[in-house]
Design a protein around this ligand. Structure first.
Ligand SMILES: NC(=O)c1ccc[n+]([C@@H]2O[C@H](COP(=O)([O-])OP(=O)(O)OC[C@H]3O[C@@H](n4cnc5c(N)ncnc54)[C@H](O)[C@@H]3O)[C@@H](O)[C@H]2O)c1
Length: 331
């Protein structure tokens, strides 16, 4: 395949940097546009520790531009100079809780930021396809399981609302201006260099510190945890495959697992005993489950390599190599 020029907005992030890495390995040309922000207070996050590790894997081959999605002139200029054939927008406040709390910021970054990306694409004269990173939160409470891409989209929070708005605008923009779109709906991504303190990171770190894991809703609700290299590979397939044009895909592990099962796996693979306690029902989160990935399998040839236990083993092995949580690994 002829090398493609791909611009990844938010490409220094957890998922974006892994997409960049895989595209570079395949000899495509990548420009990362990112403002290097973290919506978790830095003292509570490993952002400063993991960001250089992400960048190390891509900096020799990728062009990296510090820029904000708010900065429309810079976005337009960067696109005009680099002339990407494909643009991937990964930028968001990537957490439902933070998007709900900082409602206006979520509208600015998730929604208005994406509108700026679309405008820049319109003026670029080079972009043939753009990808938008949506979320399984667009479905709201699952009405059936596994949820396929035709499941009703009834988000119950600001995060899901901004994601669905961007999906709708992406499709109408694509029709109006004749530029292909692809929408990806990931779910609960976990693995090396994540810093956003989603449940998987919190559980693993608490377990390594010997702290008790809180099982909300009795720990029974299932989530489709997806290993980082699987989601990145799904994005790469959707970036390059002609079959992806104007399609929406669930890209996940394809199997829901409960927080209780997550804790049980950690207990099996970690050198320390994992403690849990039942917590009350959290009504703020949609009740989810497994996502149906048969469309991605059929059209893209996507096949997840990691179910939760294998993915967590990889994640734990990686953390061991970082030198963090040394005490836990000495046991
Ligand atoms: N990680 C998951 O579990 C998950 C699940 C579903 C959907 N998603 C979506 O996938 C996308 C990427 O998620 P992630 O986990 O890699 O998040 P991330 O926070 O690691 O990556 C987002 C990147 O965007 C950059 N960014 C943020 N605001 C910016 C701005 N104003 N201008 C320029 N750059 C900006 C950040 O610096 C960061 O590098 C997000 O849109 C998220 O909502 C993630």
């Amino acid at each position: 395949m002829k090398a493609k020029k791909v611009m990844i907005i938010g490409g220094a992030g957890f998922i974006g940097s892994n997409i960049a890495k895989e595209l570079l390995t395949l000899n495509h040309k990548v420009l990362v546009y990112d403002n290097f922000s973290c919506y978790i207070p830095r003292e509570q996050s490993f952002y400063n520790f993991y960001l250089p590790k992400r960048l190390k894997r891509i900096k020799d081959k990728a062009k990296i531009v510090r820029g904000d999605v708010y900065d429309k002139p810079k976005l337009i200029d960067t696109m005009r100079d680099f002339k990407p054939e494909i643009v991937i927008n990964m930028v968001a406040i990537p957490l439902a809780t933070a998007s709900d709390e900082f409602f206006e910021d979520a509208i600015q970054i998730n929604l208005n930021g994406h509108i700026n990306v679309l405008e820049a694409i319109r003026y670029s004269n080079s972009v043939e396809r753009f990808l938008y990173s949506s979320s399984s939160f667009v479905y709201g409470h699952f009405k059936y399981d596994p949820a396929d891409e035709d499941h009703p989209t009834l988000p119950i929070d600001i995060y899901g609302g901004t994601k669905l708005s961007c999906e709708i605008l992406s499709r109408s923009f694509s029709k109006k201006f004749g530029i292909e779109h692809v929408i990806i709906r990931p779910s609960a991504v976990y693995g090396p260099t994540d810093v956003n303190r989603r449940v998987s990171q919190i559980f693993l770190e608490k377990a390594l510190l010997g702290e008790t894991l809180g099982l909300y809703n009795g720990g029974e609700d299932k989530v489709d945890f997806t290993y980082i290299t699987d989601i990145a590979h799904g994005f790469v397939l959707a970036t390059l495959s002609p079959n992806a044009a104007n399609q929406t895909f669930n890209i996940t592990a394809g199997e829901g697992k409960s927080a209780k099962e997550f804790a049980e796996i950690l207990d099996k693979i970690l050198p320390i005993k994992v403690k849990t306690e039942i917590k009350p029902t959290d009504l703020n989160r949609p009740i989810r489950g497994s996502l149906d990935i048969s469309k991605a399998r059929k059209l893209l040839g996507y096949e997840p390599k990691y179910q939760l236990e294998e993915g967590l083993k990889e994640y734990v092995n990686y953390i061991k190599t970082t030198g963090l949580f040394k005490k836990a690994f000495k046991k």
